[in-house]
Design a protein around this ligand. Structure first.
Ligand SMILES: [Zn+2]
Length: 119
């Protein structure tokens, strides 16, 4: 077992909290740009397509942020319950370097790859 040290845990807690604030700000700021495009506006066909494309991208971004924020909030809960840092699938320690890179991840690298690979 390589459990997280108290110091590492404190570091990660700060990282997760900072990430939560950042995502919340991104979500607050993206409300305007993901609003429906007004198709009655007298704009050319190309710029209308641009607007639709931008809207779709903003929407996809927003959904990705929302998904990530949910993981971040789950991670914060795990930290409070002192269950943070273990893979939710195989229950092995996720490892400090991976947690620092993706503090919201609930899975170890091995399980993540299996999930993404559809196995
Ligand atoms: Zn795992």
């Amino acid at each position: 077992m390589d459990d997280l040290t108290t110091h590492q845990c404190a570091d990660l807690y700060q990282t997760v909290q900072a990430l939560r604030v950042e995502l919340q700000e991104l979500l607050d700021g993206s409300v305007e740009s993901s609003k429906a495009v007004d198709l009655d506006q007298p704009i050319g066909r190309l710029s209308r397509m641009d607007a639709l494309q931008q809207q779709a991208m903003a929407k996809a971004n927003r959904e990705a942020h929302q998904r990530r924020l949910k993981l971040v909030e789950a991670a914060l809960l795990m930290i409070k319950q002192e269950r943070y840092g273990d893979c939710r699938r195989c229950e092995e320690p996720i490892g400090y370097p991976r947690l620092m890179a993706r503090p919201e991840t609930p899975f170890c690298l091995h399980c993540q790859q299996q999930i993404e690979g559809g196995a």
